[in-house]
Design a protein around this ligand. Structure first.
Ligand code: SF4
Length: 300
């Protein structure tokens, strides 16, 4: 699919950090029909990880940004394999409840022009094991404007509340390292995910890719990126605030070394994960250790 920030509905070129080809596993061939992508993906993952059951991940771009009948056809095709036991569907908040089809979603809901896909997702939630992934990236509206998201934090809250009202299992994407965000914004993001009842989170580090609009912005006007130590500390700060029951799907990013400009440390994924473990051990803390004392004030 595409995104309202790419097709001209809300903008062109996509969000500032988002790579042109979209995030996808290297073994996925997007030109093939879904059925064939699933078959090949299963072969690959089965060989590599000895996996027996599979979730099909609709990852690049906005995977609810199409008419509901097209979505249904794609999701059914993905589920039509005996070893597929569920779906993960990545989307934007405004494309979950109002599809982002209206201009100027900052501060107000976009007008609804077609049925929202929320009812469809509820149907799949009942039929299969479904995760819906929502991009938050930041709670700071100035940051969301800088990254050209085309929606504000209130839109994220509305979408999350509507999805939770239907019982959907939700995972949020958060970026750590955006230059207009401060530590308070990251802590506020953790508190917001607790309050909104999120079931999972993916934490990414900001990196500059030549394949994203940020590559050009950074070349023109370089700005300080987080150091490795700052990133590890900040991720631990977030983990300590999160509800201990929240599933941590990801703690850093997978950057492509061929197009990565900076920071180079983000290529050492294993090293970063070990340092996060070590930092939590050094603090004598863990996920949720500050949840009851501080975060519940916000969680209510
Ligand atoms: S970050 Fe998401 S919404 Fe923004 S351009 Fe990339 S895929 Fe589209």
């Amino acid at each position: 699919m595409t995104c309202p920030t790419r097709d001209g509905t809300l903008g062109r070129g996509g969000c500032i950090y988002c790579e042109e080809a979209g995030a996808r596993a290297a073994y996925v061939e997007p030109a093939l029909p879904i059925r064939e992508q699933v078959r090949r993906g299963i072969e690959h993952v089965r060989r590599r990880y000895k996996a027996e059951k599979f979730l099909v991940y609709f990852q690049p771009y906005t995977n609810t940004y199409a008419p509901v009948e097209r979505l249904r056809a794609l999701f059914d095709e993905a589920l039509d394999h005996p070893d597929v036991v569920g779906l993960m569907i990545g989307t934007r908040p405004d494309c979950l409840v109002d599809r982002g089809v209206g201009k100027a979603t900052f501060g107000q809901p976009a007008p609804q022009q077609e049925p929202a896909p929320l009812a469809l997702l509820e149907e799949y939630h009942r039929r299969t094991y479904l995760w819906v992934e929502l991009g938050l990236q930041s709670v700071n509206d100035a940051t969301l404007a800088w990254v050209r998201r085309g929606h504000d934090f209130a839109a994220f809250e509305r979408a999350a509340a509507a999805a939770k009202a239907r019982g959907l299992r939700l995972c949020a994407h958060v970026i750590v390292g955006l230059p207009t965000d401060r530590r308070e914004d990251h802590l506020a993001a953790a508190d917001a995910l607790n309050r909104l009842g999120f079931d999972g989170v993916k934490i990414h580090c900001l990196y500059v890719s030549r394949n994203a609009p940020l590559g050009e912005v950074y070349a023109r006007e370089p700005f300080p990126l987080m150091t490795r130590e700052e990133y590890v500390e900040r991720v631990c700060d977030i983990l300590e605030r999160l509800n201990p029951r929240m599933v941590i799907h990801r703690l850093t990013s997978d950057a492509d070394r061929r197009t990565l400009v900076a920071p180079l440390w983000c290529l050492d994924k294993g090293g970063i994960l070990s340092e996060i473990d070590a930092e939590l051990a050094r603090r004598g803390s863990r996920q949720g250790s500050l949840y009851r004392t501080e975060a519940t004030t916000f969680a209510g």
